[in-house]
Design a protein around this ligand. Structure first.
Ligand SMILES: [Zn+2]
Ligand SMILES: [Zn+2]
Length: 460
């Protein structure tokens, strides 16, 4: 009997890792690290894979919550190869090496004895099992292309998912069972990346992300309205001789914002003196540029390094730093996690009324970014370190540049696809429950599950 198993430790946005099996062939879907938890608690429960017939693993995209625990998965699945798109193949390696560096720093600064959970050597060894696969082609779980009419009983195809460069949905055909795992998806165009192109039928079992399930999309909201609001807020900051700090994820969001600001400047809608990114942002930007012509789903081929020419902000040289009027600082991390560049510089912006701090992505309410957004103007925030309480004197705003599909678009897709069953993953409980309720109401013939961690769900 085919089965599905949630290998994460909670029904929440958290880390992604799932297992599907049909006809005695098993595949692991993603191997993420929980962004908020520490140590072993942040990892999926790989012990659940013992004695299972795992023949392959798949990475949907190179974000930590989908890729961050991969080196620790590999010892559990010695026979399996790890499949992904070509951009993910290039992006995941620096991501994991950076993760080792972060864990080493955390060990020193916070005395976390079990860190790093894996080493640079583990990452290099793990990479030997990776295979980059072209999208929209049929592959065997041994990693060979399979012709459309070949009766191979266990094959897969990757589809463009529209979330970040290289993000892909996986369609598995295991012994007559057709399974689609979306990873993170986006059904709207961004500046560099076009919307997802997913199958429109023929899927028995759908495993779908629910990140925005608890967020109704405001009437009239589009990426264009967010863009206009952001550009206006930046211009107002420049008009009072201020600088803008945008805490941002180094991969995906940084490159999209660079392109968005650059094209706005070409159209004369904004006039900045300088654009800054972090060191890790540069590493990922170079990969975006290298794959500008070949990466699937690109709708603009803007080469960011040469056309936009962002400057690289080095935190090591930040002693005595003062934000420059007319400059925009796109610095990680997006949630202002302790000790990251945006966290360390935030006070310099917040204490001066001419500057501004703008968020452009998801901020967890428990993160420093979440705390800052909840602090009223003029209020005080504790950012940690030796700075003491910091008074918020400059504007702090949020603009919605999500790279996830709206819940309405996902629901519409489920309605079009009409799978037999649907597993709801990668959402906090209210988000999962919203989808569960709506699917039952609108499509009562679809069997819908919120898969509890560690509990096998099988069907005929
Ligand atoms: Zn993602
Ligand atoms: Zn995700």
């Amino acid at each position: 009997m085919p089965l599905f198993l949630n290998l994460t430790r909670g029904n929440e946005i958290g880390a992604n890792c799932y297992y599907v099996e049909a006809g005695g062939t098993g595949v692991v879907l993603d191997a993420g690290m929980h962004p908020k938890l520490e140590g072993r608690a942040a990892l999926p429960d790989f012990d659940l894979l013992q004695r299972r017939p795992v023949r392959g693993a798949f990475l949907s995209h190179a974000h930590l919550d989908h890729t961050g625990s991969l080196p620790l998965l590999l010892p559990y699945i010695p026979e399996a190869r790890v499949f992904m798109s070509e951009p993910t193949y290039h992006l995941a390696e620096p991501l994991l090496h950076n993760s080792v560096n972060v864990m080493k720093r955390q060990r020193e600064e916070r005395g976390l004895a079990e860190y790093p959970l894996f080493t640079h050597t583990d990452v290099d060894r793990c990479k030997e099992k990776w295979q980059a696969c072209h999208l929209e082609r049929r592959w065997s779980l041994e990693g060979f292309p399979v012709k459309a009419d070949d009766p191979d009983p266990a094959t897969f195809t990757l589809h463009h998912a529209g979330h970040i460069l290289g993000s892909a949905a996986l369609r598995l055909n295991l012994h007559g069972e057709s399974i689609l795992y979306t990873g993170d998806i986006n059904f709207a165009d961004q500046t560099l990346l076009g919307r997802a192109t997913l199958p429109s039928g023929g899927v028995d079992t759908l495993v779908i992300e629910c990140t925005r399930g608890a967020q109704p999309t405001p009437e009239g909201h589009t990426r264009a309205t967010s863009t206009a609001q952001l550009l206006q807020a930046i211009q107002e900051t420049f008009d009072r001789d201020g600088a803008v700090l945008i805490p941002i994820f180094a991969m995906g969001k940084t490159q999209e914002l660079l392109a968005l600001l650059h094209h706005a400047a070409l159209r004369g809608e904004i006039d900045y003196e300088g654009l800054w990114i972090g060191g890790l942002g540069r590493v990922f930007t170079q990969i975006y540029d290298r794959l500008a012509d070949t990466a699937p789903g690109r709708i603009r081929r803007t080469v960011l390094g040469t056309e936009v020419q962002p400057e690289v902000f080095e935190i090591r040289k930040a002693q005595g730093f003062r934000p420059k009027p007319g400059h925009i600082y796109l610095l990680p991390s997006g949630m202002m996690t302790a000790q990251t560049t945006s966290h360390r510089l935030a006070a310099l912006f917040l204490q001066r009324p001419e500057h501004a701090v703008f968020f452009v992505g998801y901020t967890d309410p428990d993160s420093p970014a979440g705390h800052l957004r909840a602090t009223p103007p003029g209020g005080e925030i504790l950012l940690g370190g030796d700075s003491g309480p910091v008074q918020v004197r400059c504007p702090v705003r949020h603009f919605d540049f999500t790279s996830h599909a709206t819940r309405e678009a996902i629901l519409e897709y489920i309605g079009t696809l009409q799978p037999r069953r649907c597993f709801l993953v990668h959402g906090d409980l209210p988000a999962l429950q919203w989808f569960e309720g709506e699917i039952r109401r609108l499509h009562p013939s679809i069997e819908v599950h919120i898969p509890a961690p560690g509990r096998e769900i099988s069907w005929n």
